[in-house]
Design a protein around this ligand. Structure first.
Ligand code: IPE
Ligand code: IPE
Ligand code: MG
Length: 247
């Protein structure tokens, strides 16, 4: 991977899409695609660690994915369990700190315990911050933040007049992390699918036609190269940015 650190995204958020189509094209069950998807995720985690990315968010299961056939949903739940069991050691070895975002209360008690235990085991890690979005929805995040703020108002610990964008951000599940710089979606679809809604306000978007199980270190590097060429203006003009870069 390129060692040039300038213009490397600090936070990369990925919609890992295309596992099902990858399997279907090979006349395999969709779940085989999901298993291959875990392998692709492992490679991308390693590559991000190596490149010096600070934070990586992977969309593993959306709040809408419960609508899938029951056998696929239960297969995904077992896969999360086994992946956590198998990957914990490697995460620690690579100094990856894992945290989940999303409404975990919908998961089985055993899976919730496993998530909590791997989070605890990796909290001392000082390398890549890995966020796994599971039973996550961008709208859910905004609603749960609003609920928490309303409770704080009720308890007199928050004054409604003082609610600002910064306050709101502090109640989101991503409060402890910077906003994503680069959004990657594989699988050819060009949509957000209720991923991070608030947080993507100024993120650069990159779409790949590769199906997630095919997405590798080289494909990631291509996304980084494309990102490095973008000019992020945050509402300003090109001239303003040139002037401040030169000063
Ligand atoms: C993404 O792959 C993984 C999950 C949503 C869990 P898909 O399963 O959506 O794959 P396609 O889009 O059907 O190919
Ligand atoms: C988004 O992919 C969710 C994840 C990758 C986990 P989907 O495949 O569920 O998105 P839609 O349904 O095509 O929008
Ligand atoms: Mg899909």
């Amino acid at each position: 991977m390129d060692s040039d650190q300038s213009n490397l995204p600090k936070h990369v958020a990925v919609v890992m899409d295309g596992n099902g189509r990858w399997a279907k094209a090979r006349f395999l069950p969709r779940l085989v695609g999901h298993h291959r998807g875990v392998e692709a995720a492992r490679k991308v985690i390693k590559a991000c660690s190596k490149a010096g990315v600070k934070c990586l968010t992977l969309f593993a299961f959306s709040s809408e994915n419960w609508r899938r056939p029951a056998d696929e949903v239960s297969g995904l739940m077992s896969l999360f369990m086994t992946a956590l069991e198998r990957e914990a050691e490697g995460l620690i070895r690579n100094q990856v700190r894992l945290n989940f975002i999303g409404d975990r209360s919908a998961f089985s008690p055993a899976l919730q315990d496993k998530i909590y235990s791997v989070e605890q085991q990796t909290q001392h890690c000082t390398g890549l911050q890995l966020l796994v979005a599971a039973n996550y929805g961008g709208r859910w995040d905004i609603v749960q933040a609003t609920q928490q703020m309303c409770l704080a108002v009720q308890q007199n610990t928050l004054n409604p007049e003082q609610i600002s964008e910064t306050t709101f951000t502090q109640y989101l599940s991503t409060a402890a992390y910077p906003e994503p710089d680069l959004f990657i979606r594989t699988g050819g679809e060009q949509r957000i699918s209720n991923f991070l809604l608030w947080q993507l306000a100024y993120t650069e978007f990159y779409f790949s036609n590769k199906l997630w199980p095919e997405f590798d270190e080289q494909a990631l590097q291509e996304a980084f190269n494309e990102y490095a060429k973008r000019q992020r203006r945050f509402g300003m003009t090109d001239d303003q940015l040139q002037t401040s870069a030169g000063s």
